[in-house]
Unconditional design. Structure first.
Length: 330
């Protein structure tokens, strides 16, 4: 966890009068869907112009040969490529009266002690940032590029072009088997395979029955368990928590993660090292001059996020037959 000071009273410890705080992405995103289902690069140097450049070699060597003993080894050419990941800024601005900013809710039972209003707002904004990051990455959304850049927009995985259609999930689990074979056929990683489903997709799988075994639920490789991942953050001297409980179902050897951010009829099957995410620290800056005439203070929250996919064809898309639109699973 890192801290930034903007204005510090001379002779006093910086931590006692910090006007700016930065929470590293590794601290806040650990255990979240965007961290669990991707390969993440955390950088302090992201801006509207800078990009993360990831070198890679897109193909295996096809012309390797066995060399005779004592013979000269032939030289082969390596075709290197580069993946550029631009980022966009998520931001929020809050204005609090100085009375509200200094108020402590001593009677609130939060983490075993009192919590300031600023800490409550900060915890809420950070949770909202993590939720928004999950929504834009896995959902059917497009984040437009800045006007002064030439980079392509950020496209959510659910509407990314070039993905592989795995068919409909209706009466059996065959689409998941096809998803595994699609990843492996395109030389993806067997150890990094995951699937992400809307709650309707998870419900569809859970309700399937084996007609040959007296309506026994189809559970060939499923294990349902709860994991509660909690990240602690410190703001205004109080300990806050950004919580995201991830419920997992294992199917066809892959963990299934559940997210309402996907379209209700969509399940994605992919390997995590195929999706590269760039994330900055979440920066929190406080200022007493912006709303000085109103006897108030302002708090600004900023966070940069971007992503790219090495091989779109390694992402398989399953369509859930009969999935209702909107609402919660029946």
């Amino acid at each position: 966890m890192s801290y930034e000071g903007v204005m510090v009273t001379p002779g006093m410890p910086q931590s006692l009068s910090n006007d700016g705080v930065a929470f590293h992405a590794a601290d806040l995103l650990t255990g979240s869907l965007i961290d669990t289902c991707t390969t993440m690069f955390k950088s302090d140097m992201l801006s509207d112009r800078s990009v993360i450049q990831v070198p890679f070699i897109p193909e295996l060597e096809d012309n390797l040969t066995f060399a005779d003993e004592g013979a000269e080894i032939p030289e082969t050419k390596t075709n290197a490529a580069q993946l550029e990941i631009p980022t966009r800024k998520l931001a929020a601005l809050k204005v609090l009266s100085n009375e509200a900013a200094s108020y402590d809710t001593h009677n609130a039972e939060y983490n075993g002690g009192s919590q300031s209003v600023r800490s409550m707002i900060t915890a809420n904004v950070i949770d909202s940032i993590v939720a928004k990051a999950n929504a834009v990455l896995f959902g059917k959304q497009t984040v437009k590029s800045n006007a002064h850049t030439t980079s392509d927009p950020l496209v959510g995985l659910s509407q990314l072009e070039g993905t592989t259609d795995l068919g409909k999930l209706d009466k059996n689990l065959d689409p998941f088997i096809d998803g595994v074979s699609n990843i492996l056929a395109h030389r993806g990683s067997q150890k990094q395979m995951v699937c992400v489903a809307h709650p309707y997709g998870w419900a569809k799988v859970s309700k399937m029955r084996d007609k040959l075994a007296t309506e026994r639920p189809i559970e060939p490789q499923e294990l349902i368990k709860e994991t509660d991942v909690t990240s602690e953050i410190i703001a205004d001297g109080d300990v806050c928590k950004a919580n995201e409980a991830v419920a997992q179902t294992f199917i066809a050897g892959m963990p299934m993660f559940i997210s309402p951010d996907l379209p209700s009829d969509t399940i994605l099957v992919f390997d995590t090292n195929n999706v590269i995410v760039a994330a900055s620290p979440i920066r929190i800056n406080m200022d007493n001059s912006y709303a000085f005439s109103r006897d108030a203070m302002s708090i600004r929250y900023t966070y940069r996020l971007g992503w790219r996919v090495f091989h779109p064809e390694r992402i398989g898309k399953i369509t859930v037959a009969g999935a209702p639109q909107g609402g919660a699973p029946a």
